[in-house]
Write a protein that binds this ligand. Structure first.
Ligand code: SAH
Length: 232
């Protein structure tokens, strides 16, 4: 049976979805509240993981072990690394990389988790396709693109750091959870997609832009997820 896990790092990223769902029970684990129920008659578990890769990894493992989710969607906001992605636009993941891992000294690629055998966590192609189509239906005025998500335990708000991420990893957006969700999803063989609305440009203006645009951006992403669950 299909059951979709929906993870947002912050309350504002999942609030709207929780308000729309029919809640059957709330399970608390690792300081997170897992809202179990249905969204448009589809079984879902919606949860705020908290910020950063460790929280995201704990969260996806609980979704796998305790709730046996069959699909995972990570919704939220991100900084843009692509000149074609402006504030308010949406990026759907093709793959994700942890940009703060560096074990090159032992022959690994930068960003590669040692002994895993690959660096990029590849999103489920069918989920990507459905996300793009849903976006066109729900947010017809919003520019949507597919591309690479970079995640690390840092808020990127510096032009030089941003440029370095672009040249090193060819990322399209940067945030702090997606690749950890992706890593956990891959290890548990659960198809996933990351959906991120752009809240800032990860440069010297990010500190100002982020608080201004986070709410509107998070809403775009959540609206898309709401529509998407019915098509999965
Ligand atoms: N305002 C929060 C902190 C937000 S951290 C507080 O005060 O507690 C930024 C969040 O948005 C993370 O969840 C991350 O995934 C995402 N994000 C948006 N823009 C980002 C950027 N430029 N760099 C890194 N993460 C970003």
């Amino acid at each position: 049976m299909k059951r979709i896990g929906i993870i947002g790092a912050m309350e504002l990223e999942v609030k709207q979805l929780k308000e729309k769902m029919r809640i059957e029970r709330i399970v608390e684990k690792a300081g997170m509240e897992f809202f179990v129920g249905t969204l448009h008659d589809i079984d879902v578990v919606i949860v705020r993981s908290g910020i950063g890769k460790v929280n995201a990894a704990l969260c996806i493992q609980i979704l796998a072990d305790v709730f046996q989710v069959t699909h995972v969607i990570n919704t939220g906001v991100a900084g843009s690394l692509n000149a074609d992605l402006d504030i308010g636009d949406i990026l759907i993941s093709t793959d994700a990389i942890q940009h703060d891992i560096d074990v090159r000294v032992f022959g690994y690629q930068i960003g590669e988790v040692p002994q895993l055998g690959y660096r990029e966590f590849v999103a489920n192609k069918e989920m990507v396709r459905i996300a793009v189509e849903s976006c066109k239906e729900v947010n017809p005025d919003v520019n949507v693109r597919t591309g690479r998500v970079l995640s690390g335990d840092q808020f990127i708000s510096n032009k030089d750091v941003k440029e370095n991420l672009i040249t090193t990893y060819h990322g399209d957006c940067v945030e702090m959870e997606g690749a950890a969700v992706a890593h956990g999803a891959c290890l548990n063989h659960i198809p996933f997609v990351i959906i991120r609305a752009i809240s800032d440009k990860a440069d010297d203006s990010a500190e100002m832009d982020y608080p201004t645009f986070e709410k509107a951006a998070a809403k775009h992403s959540a609206a898309l997820v709401e529509h998407m669950v019915t098509s999965l």
